[in-house]
Design a protein around this ligand. Sequence first.
Ligand SMILES: [Zn+2]
Length: 327
Amino acid sequence: MAQLGKTAPAAERDVSARKSRRSIGPVMASAFKAVLREGRGIGGNRQNPSMRETDVDSNSSSADYFDEINRSREDRRNLFTQGKNDQADDWMKAAEEGTILQVRAPAINFYVLRDGDELYLIDAGFIGGLRLMKRALARHGWNRLPIRGILVTHGHLDHILNVQLVARRYGAWIAAPRLDAEQYAGRSNYPGRARVAQWLETFGRPILGFRSFTPDRLLDDGDVLDVWQGLRAVHLPGHTEGHMGYYSPDRQLLFSGDLFVSYRGAAKLPPDIFNSRPEQIPASVEAALAYDLEGVLPNHCDSSPPAEHLQRFLRLGAKLADRRAGD
Ligand SMILES: [Zn+2]
């Protein structure tokens, strides 16, 4: 795995695409937000419990999800200002210890893993993600280290928007779940209420300048990548068909993608309109919790440390197990 893509040429920067992404970004963000508020009526909902496929009390609403944009901005300010936020300080410490960096961006975060003098990404962020990543890398003195690979958790646009750009610019390989291959090619076909997500992606791809890509490696459950002494791909379907986490046995740490979101002291399932196979999620939660874990890192989360997200996830898992037992 380590040799994948190491010889790929670095691409020239595409300035025009970056410019259009930057100027259109805020417009898209508010369009998404407006549609998602509508989506709450289609997807969620407390007013119409008969429409539920997954437990609404355990799901975050679309509006909550996007209300986090402003919180994330605040978090980010804190994260980059030492001494103003204890949790952010934990992250600063972890980053300075030289292994992991959380790139915080509006609505979605992603991760940079350091292995020796090489970097690997877990997903590649959404609008503005690249700029924030560069700033974070520079801040930690990692900006001269090569980005060797990108590990994709699933095919949603907010996780893969920048994948091709990063891969070409840095000569990084791409490893991604096999079952979400359609999305990498720029197509989505989600059933049920997730058709709202499909519509958002269909609308968003051209406006945001999404570039399709072909992964260098398509991953199946149990595949091991040569990162951090063996990072294991764990198939956790439900959010999308191919959705995967990445587990480090060495650190007992799971990068959990969008298996759950974690804000304001609680873990919840993603909003219904983003879950293609909601009926598969409880089993995936159970499967994730069967691993030896000291911490979990979702992509949509506040700046709490991994151990805190794990505590929240354990409470969510217990709640779902109770509900299943009661069925
Ligand atoms: Zn997602």
